[in-house]
Structure formats: C-alpha cells, structure tokens
Design a protein around this ligand. Structure first.
Ligand code: ACO
Length: 348
C-alpha cells in the first residue's frame, strides 16, 4: 500500500478575537483561572456575517494555493466537523461549490469530533489506495477540519464555554510512493462524557396521529420557558475530569501505537501534534514520557480548543513558521467526543 503526503495547508480564523479577560463581561471568570488550568489566552469567534462554511472554503482556497494546485485537480472533498451550518447539504458539498472545485467527485462530511482530522486522513489513505476514487487528472484530496463551537456554547456557563474557539484549516493530500503513512483510529461510545443534543431533540412537542407520535407541524410554537429549555439542550456539556482521564490515557497509548507502527520512537520523532484541548493534558503525558516541551507543537494559547480544526490548524501554523521542512516526521494524536481517538504518522 502506498503512503499519503500533505502537499499544502491553509487556515482561516474569525476576525473577532476574545482574550480571557473579555469573557468577564459574560461570566464570573479570570485570565488567571483559564490560563493556569488550560493554557488558553484567547479564542477567535464567528460574529456578524462570518460563517463556518465561508471559513472552510477560505481555508480550502489557501491550501490549494499553498500546494500550487488548481481546483480542477481535487478529486475528493471531506470535511471533518461536528458543528456544520446545515443538516443538509454537507459542508463538503458547500465548500466544493464556493471554492470553485468542479463537481462530479465525492464530497461528504465526517463527525468524529476532535479526532475528525485523523479519521479523515485514514479514510483518504484507504480510499485512494483502493483505486476507486480520484481520477488521474484529479489526484488530490481536500481534507478540511472546521468548527464553530461557539454555536454550542452557553456563555453564562463558565466551566465549558471558556475552553473553545472557532476556526478552519485544510490540507491537500495525495498518494505517495515515497512518504510513509501509518494510522490508527478507535471509538467507544460514551454519551455522558461530552455531548450536545441536536437542538430540541427531546423537547419538541409530538402530535399523536393514529396512535403514533410524530413531530409537530410547527415545533417552534412553544412557550418561552420551553424555548429556553430547547436551547439549553443544544449546549455542549462535559464531564471535565472524566474527559481529562480519558485524554491522558489515549494520548499516551496512541504515541505507543505510532511508535510501534512506524518503528520510530517518540524521542526520535521531530514533533508530536496533539489535539489542542488543554496544555495540562499534554504536559501530563509529556512529563510521564520524559519528553521535551519543544517536541509538542502547541497553539491553543491563541485559538482555544477548536475540536476537528485543531490538528490541521496546528499543522498550518507550523507550515507558516517554516517548521515543516522536507524530511520532517510527525505523530498526530486526536481525541474527543464519542468518545473517539486516533493517531497517525506523517512524513513531509
Ligand atoms: N472561571 C473561574 N472559575 C471556574 C471556571 C472558570 N471559567 N470554571 C469552573 N470554575 C470553578 C468551579 O466552579 C469550581 O469552583 P468551586 O471549587 O468553588 O466549586 C472550581 O473552578 C474548580 O472547578 P472544576 O470543574 O473542578 O475545575 P478543574 O480543575 O477540574 O478544571 C477543566 C476544569 C479545565 C475543564 C478540567 O477538568 C480539564 O482540564 N478537563 C479536561 C477536559 C478538557 O480539556 N476538555 C476539552 C474539551 S474535550 C476535548 O476536546 C476532548
């Protein structure tokens, strides 16, 4: 089986940047609390006319430009997101249209929350090697990680809302006979750890029709108190300590897995790019494994946790800083709601 390589990266983040202290107008919090427990100093949030779909399309354009390819060379579009703007169509279809990528190719979304980018790379590796996808003249895949977590945040609830931010980043991927690629993904259903309902999933009043329940014709014609309950149902909820224990466990085990698959030890790998959830999660594993801080690229200070966008956003920042020189080898590790997790080994 051939490997895959990332030949271009691009990112797009909302213009509005909120520092930790800016959140004090919405909740009782402090820069000191957020910074010391998470490492986050700011986050970018969509405001006004900005939409996730537009950010994703902009990231895609920049990635194509960075790769030096035309939209006509894209043969597959996958978006990793859990905060898509539309139930239908998929964000991948919307991006294909907005970014001027000619149709007639597969385009779809995947939802593996914060592990979405690693899941997407595994899917591209399998699909491209199967040979049934991507005609020779359209040999590149576009993989986007994009999230607007702010849609799911209750800004009066301080323990969750301070952690997240919005953003999108894209990678152009193609098959490579020279570059090796290894990947492992997994999931274990646990809805209590981290979840948000589709808004109103439980509360929408049902109509009885011939003994069967059906959704009301006009589910939004509800009382004010029920409407606010419906809103609350859609907010992200998290058992922080449970997620912390899960994250440190799978981060360590995916580093082991990638060492075994690639034959390269964590000491010898150039960088480990983890899902940017919380610096304490990364520090815990780093200290356990006695690895130097420089090996772990971090940018969550600027963006907070951007879920499916966080790993490609980190890679795009590394590219902008000139860190992805030819020959660089990286382990990426994602973990998130599902619970899902996964690791991959990439060569540049
Ligand atoms: N500002 C000020 N005080 C706060 C805030 C805030 N934003 N949030 C909570 N507090 C208070 C609490 O009310 C509590 O006060 P009390 O002791 O008077 O009751 C106190 O701080 C401690 O609260 P805890 O929830 O116990 O805080 P903890 O030390 O566990 O830290 C955190 C919370 C940072 C979420 C931690 O559990 C954690 O790191 N979890 C990992 C989960 C994570 O990072 N998830 C990211 C998303 S999931 C993913 O991407 C996979």
């Amino acid at each position: 089986m051939n490997g895959i390589e990332i030949i271009g990266l691009g990112k797009a983040v909302p213009k509005t940047r909120l520092k930790n202290d800016d959140l004090r107008q919405y909740m009782d919090t402090s820069d000191e609390w957020i910074r010391s427990r998470t490492g986050i100093e700011a986050r970018h949030l969509c405001t006004g006319e900005e939409s996730l779909t537009d950010l994703a399309a902009e990231a895609a354009r920049r990635a194509m430009e960075n790769a030096g390819i035309a939209p006509e060379e894209i043969g597959l579009v996958i978006c990793a997101t859990c905060t898509t703007d539309y139930m239908v169509p998929s964000m991948a279809c919307a991006v294909q249209e907005i970014a001027g990528i000619p149709g007639g190719i597969p385009a779809f979304d995947i939802n593996a929350a914060c592990s979405g980018f690693v899941y997407g790379l595994q899917l591209i590796h399998s699909l491209m090697n199967a040979g049934s996808i991507c005609r020779p003249e359209r040999s590149c895949a576009l993989l986007i990680g994009g999230e607007q977590l702010s849609k799911m945040l209750d800004f009066s609830e301080r323990s969750v809302s301070v952690l997240f931010g919005d953003g999108a980043a894209a990678a152009i991927v193609r098959v490579s006979a020279e570059k090796r690629f290894f990947c492992h993904t997994a999931a274990e259903g646990d809805r209590g750890a981290l979840y948000a309902h589709t808004v109103g999933r439980n509360q929408i009043p049902m109509l009885e029709f011939e003994g069967k329940k059906t959704v009301s014709e006009n589910p939004l014609r509800v009382s004010e108190s029920l409407a606010s309950e419906i809103m609350r149902d859609g907010y992200l909820k998290m058992d922080g300590q449970k997620v912390f224990r899960f994250a440190v466990h799978v981060l360590a085990s995916e580093i082991d897995e990638m060492e075994a698959q690639s034959g390269i030890s964590a000491e010898d790998i150039d960088y480990i790019v983890c899902h940017q959830a919380n610096c304490r999660i990364i520090d815990y594993v780093r200290k356990q494994r006695k690895l130097p801080a420089e090996k772990f690229f971090m940018n969550l200070r600027e963006y907070g946790n951007t879920s499916g966008a966080s790993i490609p956003l980190a890679l795009a920042d590394m590219k902008d800083r000139g860190m992805l020189k030819p020959g660089i080898r990286i382990f990426c590790v994602g973990f998130g709601a599902g619970l899902t997790w996964g690791g991959c080994y990439l060569e540049f």
